[in-house]
Design a protein around this ligand. Structure first.
Ligand code: PEP
Length: 244
């Protein structure tokens, strides 16, 4: 039985004052759902110290443990700060920092080596969808962004169509199901049924309270990775509740 996961990505938003929202989110947490917030790196340690049942994650990490990489942060450092998860391959990292599937795989491996859970993000662009390339792109990203050694315990996969992130556009449940069913089948082929059936598959892209129930009723959707609607408890708590 896969535990549902409501994951929030605060992106480059949030200061110490934002931790009041984290406190307000704790009131929505139940035994039925895992909740994760990925604040900016500056807030990981403070958030982790006061997040209660809400897990805290990093938004990215370097593939190395330490060294001469000014401005970067390692998975070990995130673990030391109290993180339990790290996002890898978010489309904004792939675009803003030219991260390739190989980079994402190396980072995901670093996350595992630190003993943390990688939330590996994949998703097609609008151009790829409109040219009928979606499943080919998703298949390639799954194969090349997730290293050998994935397990249900160390990996979560987030399907985030790039054209749905922050745009208010959401694929129909049929389109989400097509990709999620495909991802489950691809993971089964590569890792076997036990690992594939235990691995949580999140949908991400303009999830909000008003569409969460429909999205969560979709085949093979085990939760959501939420950007904008995870910043405020008033927006995120109904999403947590829709999963509970
Ligand atoms: C995200 O940042 O991963 C995301 C899905 O953003 P939004 O929910 O704002 O579309």
């Amino acid at each position: 039985m896969r535990r549902k996961l409501a994951a929030g990505n605060w992106k480059m938003n949030g200061t110490q004052a934002s931790l009041a929202e984290l406190a307000a989110m704790q009131t929505a947490v139940t035994d039925a759902v895992d909740v994760l917030i990925c604040p900016p790196a500056t807030l990981v340690a403070t958030a982790a110290a006061q997040s209660g049942d809400i897990a805290i994650g990093g938004q990215d990490c370097h593939a190395n443990v330490s060294g001469a990489h000014t401005g970067d942060i390692s998975a070990d450092m995130l673990k030391d700060a109290g993180a339990g998860y790290v996002l890898t391959g978010h489309s904004e990292r792939r675009t803003d920092h030219s991260e390739s599937d190989a980079d994402v795989a190396a980072k995901s491996k670093a996350v595992w080596d630190a003993g943390l859970i990688a939330v590996v993000c994949i998703g097609e662009t609008l151009e790829e969808r409109e040219s009928g390339e979606t499943l080919r792109v998703i298949g390639r990203q799954l194969a090349e962004s997730i290293p050998d050694g994935a397990s249900a315990a160390n990996t979560v996969v987030a399907y985030e169509p790039v054209w749905a992130i922050g745009t208010g556009k959401v694929p129909t449940p049929e389109l989400i199901a097509e990709v999620h069913d495909f991802m489950r089948a691809e993971l089964t082929k590569r890792f076997g049924a036990e690992i594939a059936n235990g691995t949580r598959l999140l949908y991400g892209g303009s999830v909000k309270a008003s569409n969460a129930v429909e999205i969560f009723a979709t085949s093979n959707v085990d939760g959501a990775l939420v950007g904008g609607a995870s910043l405020k408890a008033a927006d995120f708590n109904p999403i947590i509740e829709a999963l509970s």
